[in-house]
Ligand binder design. Sequence first.
Ligand SMILES: Nc1ncnc2c1ncn2[C@@H]1O[C@H](COP(=O)(O)OP(=O)(O)OP(=O)(O)O)[C@@H](O)[C@H]1O
Length: 309
Amino acid sequence: MTTILSIRDLRKSYAGGFEALKGVSLDIEQGEILALLGPNGAGKTTLISTVCGITTPTSGSVTVGGHDIQTDFRAARRMIGLVPQEIALEPFEKVWNTVRLSRGLFGLGQNNARIEEILRKLSLWEKRKNAIKELSGGMKRRVLIAKALAHEPRVLFLDEPTAGVDVELRKDMWEIVAELKQAGVTIILTTHYIEEAEAIADRVGVIDKGELLLVQDKDTLMAQMGKKQIEVMLTQPIQTVPDSLAAHNLKLNGKGDALVYTYDTNADRTGITTLLNDVAEAGLILRDVQTRQSSLEEIFVNMVSGEAT
Ligand SMILES: Nc1ncnc2c1ncn2[C@@H]1O[C@H](COP(=O)(O)OP(=O)(O)OP(=O)(O)O)[C@@H](O)[C@H]1O
């Protein structure tokens, strides 16, 4: 695998001394999709802005395709596309011109075929002659992506790409991201939506208070930290968990008619067979049994609230 983006001990203190990034290091492989999750104010936008050269780091280094973002700014910037959080477009400009001009900003010659390909991929071709102000919010977001792709970047940053968009457009965005990945583009997106990370990311990074708490393969993360729960529903409610079941660390639900057992998905033995035997021996009668896998959301919430080990 080839590392396309390398971030080393990146720090950013804003005027007044506030430390928004406290030594972030991260390597991103070519062609992967990395989702950066973090609560408000965690430092996600600061990290992206610094890598894109919009914010100057206090210390540390970043290279994109081997180009240092400070000493070799033009070459580094040429490889990056940025889809900002805020929609900032010229309302009276036509879609076609908006995207074409963006390419020109990077000193690239005109390439109408390439612009057409981008507009078609983003379902904007029919709208190419429309002024930006005539487009819906969702279409404007697509134009932002088209603009960011106009100079054929190898690394695309999407800052909250689906904040405030409807479910349908969110699914479209995910498809667009998957297609870009197929085309070899490396994608880093920030999101508040854990389901988004769960749906499209190869790796997930969790950032909080300017620190990268972890970066891990999404499936490994979910398997390693994921706990499963089994809910044993009883025909008759009980007041307390019988002493004979104490070793299983069960919790009784609010109504007293279900026992909740938490187990590690990676353990050699889940203990379910013994549990069910012991439940029967305690004279309790099962009505039903359900299992539940903890989601990335629960893992994330535990992590930023400092409960994870
Ligand atoms: N120009 C600035 N001057 C001073 N402080 C700033 C500046 N920009 C951001 N901050 C602070 O740095 C911290 C990180 O902000 P940042 O925008 O990077 O967070 P974020 O993770 O992107 O949050 P959100 O999810 O709300 O967009 C916040 O506490 C913010 O108030």
